[in-house]
Design a protein around this ligand. Structure first.
Ligand code: G1P
Length: 316
């Protein structure tokens, strides 16, 4: 049909969809010692997949085809995991184990490539993101912190992952987006905290962002969760960002400098976030994914019940 000219003139410009996702995985994972003496924390499993795979699946579902892993010299296991496992594939093929073969082949789906860059010194999250600059170049991109595992229910938002929801939002606004969730005020010191304008319950433009403020200094209790859609302008800002909270180059500080230059929205995603950077978060995620697992769910439920009964915990 013929479209009236006014419509064409007022239609929003086609905005770039993110294609590249950065995964900062150079942390030492000291909280999970001794396990992390040899196993990077991103490789710790939740049921049958390592943490990093959940973040990768979320990025791929959001439309990313170039995955940039910022690692250090101790993280060979992450690169090995995404490499092709010729011998294992051959063995599984010979044994006719088609299902398992599919599982290891789909660690990276067809058309998706992994790029590894190293962060020589542990100078902080902002510095890690800056290390990805040569691969990302001049286009909007995503950052996913694999410690933050976000579980989405099939029945909510069509099961779309948190990054996909954010990418849609950023594509509509043409700006950057930072995932947020409410936290108890006593916990603001563990997060980036934002203040917003016109927050409509789901999204609003960020007017202020601070890294790990004390509860009495926090501008709100809306906390940053490890998912970002960022304008490439962040790289120029990161180049000159000095050391901030904890003596590290903070992504939060560069985002604060971006605020007066470009639109950055806080986005409250649909989904449940587990802080797998802590022992309890990892346990909580394991419990949730087990209860949600199509084959394990019933058995997991009854073994959890048995454990509670045997440990003398009375149901209320
Ligand atoms: C990082 C960010 C922080 C954010 C958090 C989310 O902190 O610096 O702003 O709230 O991730 O998990 P980290 O947990 O690495 O200290």
């Amino acid at each position: 049909a013929h479209r009236p000219r006014e419509f064409i003139l007022t239609a929003p410009p086609a905005l770039t969809r993110i294609r590249k996702a950065v995964f900062p995985v150079a942390g030492l994972g000291t909280r999970f010692l001794p396990a992390t003496k040899t196993v990077p924390k991103e490789m710790l499993p939740i049921v049958d997949k390592p943490l990093i795979q959940y973040a990768v699946d979320e990025a791929v579902e959001a439309g990313c085809d170039t995955l940039v892993f910022v690692t250090n010299r101790y993280k060979h296991a992450v690169a090995d995991y995404f490499d092709k496992a010729y011998e294992l594939e051959q063995k599984l093929e010979k044994a006719g184990k088609a299902e398992q073969l599919e599982l290891i082949r789909n660690v990276l789906p067809p058309g998706v490539r992994a790029v590894f860059v190293t962060q020589a010194e542990a100078l902080g999250l902002g510095h890690a993101v800056l290390c990805a600059r040569p691969v990302v170049g001049d286009e909007p991109f995503a950052v996913l912190l694999p410690d933050d595992l976000i579980w989405t229910r099939q029945s909510v938002a069509g099961g779309q992952g948190a990054l996909g929801q954010m990418a849609d939002h950023a594509q509509r606004t043409g700006g950057s987006a930072v995932a947020v969730q409410d936290v108890p005020r006593a916990q603001t010191g563990s997060y980036g905290i934002v203040a917003t304008e016109d927050f409509d319950g789901q999204a609003g433009r960020i007017s202020q962002i601070v890294e790990k403020p004390r509860p009495e200094e926090a501008p709100s209790n809306l906390a940053v969760v490890g998912r970002y859609v960022l304008s490439p302008r962040i790289f120029d800002l990161l180049e000159t960002t000095g050391r901030g909270s904890g003596g590290e180059i903070q992504l939060t500080d560069a985002i604060a400098q971006l605020l007066p230059l470009e639109r950055v929205d806080a986005f409250r995603f649909h989904g449940t976030r587990f802080d797998c950077g802590t022992h309890l978060g990892l346990i909580e995620a394991t419990v949730r994914y087990a209860l949600d697992h199509e084959l394990l769910s019933d058995a997991a439920r009854s073994l959890m019940q048995n454990a509670l009964d045997e440990m003398g915990v009375v149901e209320t």
